[in-house]
Write a protein that binds this ligand. Structure first.
Ligand SMILES: [Fe+2]
Length: 302
């Protein structure tokens, strides 16, 4: 009986330590991940793409803001923000201020559901089994002000829109969709073959939903960027994510992959960002550090 009580006490203590680490340490332990992607035409000058996602900014995240402010020193040629930037009515101005000089560079953005709807507090473990967004009568966050701030700086609004941007020496065709997680995506508005004359065909979305990515692949896009998954947010060491909160398989919950996972060698590259912040409704990360990514695009091999 006494040994059972001791085991119970040890288990409870270990659980409390893990919870404290996940909420106080790892969620502020930011990391820059770097990948090289052979996706450009032969002879093209490499392009540095900074991929940001899922900042979920709330008041008081000073370390997060400070880390974002430092990213301009990476000297990216292009910045892509795949959504869920804010999580509070007062978050737009500090988010834009933290981007700072990054807004002077070419950029592309889409929204995530959390740019529109404020978070509802919940047990962090519910992240593992309840990904539903509780939709209220209408958006209660200043998503339009957020988008106007980025668009005013010259960033391309790719929510159910196509566009063309110049970054580095490259002519890039961009197609993007609004968040499929709340069914605001409308691929029909951007459907059609991507321009083969462009140097790069870039597909941008918040949630890496296979039915959406299948359409980007069929239209000839070279590179797809997404966020939303938080890399699983609460992962098992040595195993990885337990959930993705969308239709993608957990093996591709974060990092560099192809879509479809198996198939022709010229199918699109896919980068899924694990994002920079947990949802304030479940403010913990475990074995899944918050991240931004620097993607160096280089000429194709062969
Ligand atoms: Fe998110």
């Amino acid at each position: 009986m006494r040994s059972s009580l001791r085991a119970l006490a040890l288990t409870a203590t270990a659980g409390a330590c893990v919870a404290a680490y996940a909420s106080a340490v790892e969620r502020n332990w930011f990391i820059l991940r770097q990948f090289e992607i052979p996706v450009l035409p032969a002879g093209a000058v490499p392009l540095r793409v900074l991929h940001l996602s899922d900042v979920h900014l709330t008041p008081g995240r000073h370390r997060l803001l400070s880390w974002i402010r430092s990213l301009h020193t990476l000297d990216p040629d292009l910045v892509v923000n795949t959504g869920d930037s804010i999580a509070h009515t007062q978050a737009v101005r500090p988010f834009l201020a933290a981007l700072g000089p990054l807004l002077e560079r070419p950029g592309v953005f889409v929204y995530g559901s959390n740019d529109l709807y404020s978070p509802i507090p919940k047990n962090p473990l519910r992240y593992l089994y309840d990904s539903k967004v509780k939709l209220r009568h209408g958006p209660d966050l200043p998503w339009a002000e957020l988008g106007e701030g980025m668009a005013a700086a010259g960033w391309l609004d790719a929510n159910n829109q196509r566009g063309r941007i110049k970054a580095g020496d490259l002519d890039i065709e961009v197609g993007g969709v609004h968040d499929s997680h709340i069914r605001r995506d409308d691929y029909d508005l951007i459907a059609g073959p991507a321009d083969p004359a462009a140097d790069l065909r870039l597909g941008v979305m918040h949630s890496p939903e296979p039915r959406v990515m299948d359409q980007f692949a069929a239209d000839g896009y070279d590179l797809l960027l997404a966020g939303h998954t938080h890399g699983g947010q609460v992962c098992l060491p040595g195993y990885g994510s337990l959930v993705t909160n969308c239709g993608i398989d957990r093996e591709r919950a974060q990092g560099l992959h192809r879509h479809p996972a198996q198939g022709e060698p010229d199918r699109p590259w896919l980068h899924v960002s694990a994002g920079l912040g947990p949802s304030p409704g479940a403010p913990s990360r475990f074995s899944c550090r918050p991240e931004a990514s620097l993607l160096t695009l280089v000429p194709r091999i062969g």
